[in-house]
Design a protein around this ligand. Structure first.
Ligand code: PBG
Length: 322
């Protein structure tokens, strides 16, 4: 034999020497679920080990994440039912929970990169990402609210707004409103290739934001398709996106790879709630080694081409890397 491939796998040191994909804490964006109250920490039933917290405990958690080397948090808020409507009124409230959360986190840890979810679903009586008329999720009126929502996050101090709604033209509208108001340092992380996925189920439990009727298939993408992922992503970049995202991650590694080959901006991937829940459930049953499943999953997502990974395992992974 001339070539023995096993030579490069002989020992842990040799394997480490030739490993192509190395995870680091800075690769991860930690999603945070925030609710009203004080000293509240509630475990999400379909996401064991993951919590929804009041703002005080969220700030404490964020400090721990920063100490572990995590550079970015992605904020989601649970809106009380009595503040939900079909117009996104609470989404643009300068004193809303999201806006207070941004200010509190930036004040406590100014260097932490604060990203915010921009979509109407947690604020919507219908649980949809946009304004509902009949059975339609209306595009242009929604985009107008999303732009104002983004502006209010920027005014509160957000570093990046992350529109997750999949309406057409929202990136341009957001870029325009930020420019018009002189927020020239606020970035846009666009959920560009976001699929209509069953893997968001546990997240909707966390925020009580499941659609009240129908599904999200008229705005989120069909998982049968590849080309529109590239079309959406290239358009978002033209409209001013700084970072693009593929979501979910594990079942969409081909999409992550395709986009990585075709763009010149950082690519992020969202390892979503259902992907978290699957690992947790199998580990709880004793069917998978949790730690190994986490490391292998996140390494695979990075290997596919993700520069950044939003994941509920961010803290666990950062601890493992210590
Ligand atoms: C809201 C939003 C969702 C997620 C992120 N932003 C849910 C949805 O689109 O229904 C899912 C995140 C996850 O499942 O972890 N627009």
């Amino acid at each position: 034999m001339i070539r023995r491939n096993r030579i490069l796998r002989t020992s842990p040191a040799i394997r480490a020497m030739v490993a192509e994909t190395i995870l680091k804490p800075g690769d991860f964006i930690a999603p945070l679920f925030i609710e009203e109250g004080e000293n509240v920490q509630e475990e999400i039933s379909s996401m064991p080990g993951y919590f929804r917290r009041s703002l005080d405990l969220t700030v404490k958690e964020t400090k721990e994440l920063w100490a572990l080397g995590i550079k970015s948090v992605l904020l989601f808020v649970k809106c009380p039912d009595n503040l939900k409507d079909n117009k996104g009124t609470e989404a643009v409230n300068p004193e809303g929970l999201m806006q207070r959360a941004i200010r509190a986190i930036k004040q406590a840890i100014p260097e932490m990169v604060v990203m915010t979810d921009v979509a109407l679903d947690p604020y919507s009586t219908y649980g949809h990402d946009g304004i509902v008329e009949g059975s339609d999720i209306v595009n242009d009126a929604t985009v107008e609210v999303l732009a104002r929502m983004s502006l209010s996050h920027a005014q509160a101090g957000a570093d990046f707004v992350a529109p997750s709604d999949m309406m057409d033209g929202r990136i341009l509208a957001i870029r325009n409103i930020l420019e018009a108001n002189n927020f020239t340092k606020v970035g846009i992380m666009a959920y560009s290739a976001k699929y209509a996925s069953c893997f968001y189920g546990p997240f909707r439990d966390a925020l009580d934001s499941a659609p009240g009727f129908g599904d999200k298939k008229t705005y989120q993408m069909d998982y049968a398709n590849t080309r529109e992922a590239l079309k959406e992503t290239l358009m978002d970049i033209e409209e001013g996106a700084d970072i693009v995202m593929v979501k979910p991650a594990m079942a969409y590694l081909d999409i992550i790879h395709l986009i990585k080959q075709n763009v010149h901006v950082p690519v992020s991937a969202y390892h979503v709630s259902g992907e978290y829940a699957m690992i947790k459930a199998a580990a709880k049953m004793g069917w998978l080694n949790e730690e190994k499943a986490i490391v292998e999953s996140l390494t695979s997502i990075k290997r596919a081409g993700a520069d950044l990974i939003a994941t509920y395992f961010a803290k666990d992974m950062a601890k493992l890397l210590q």
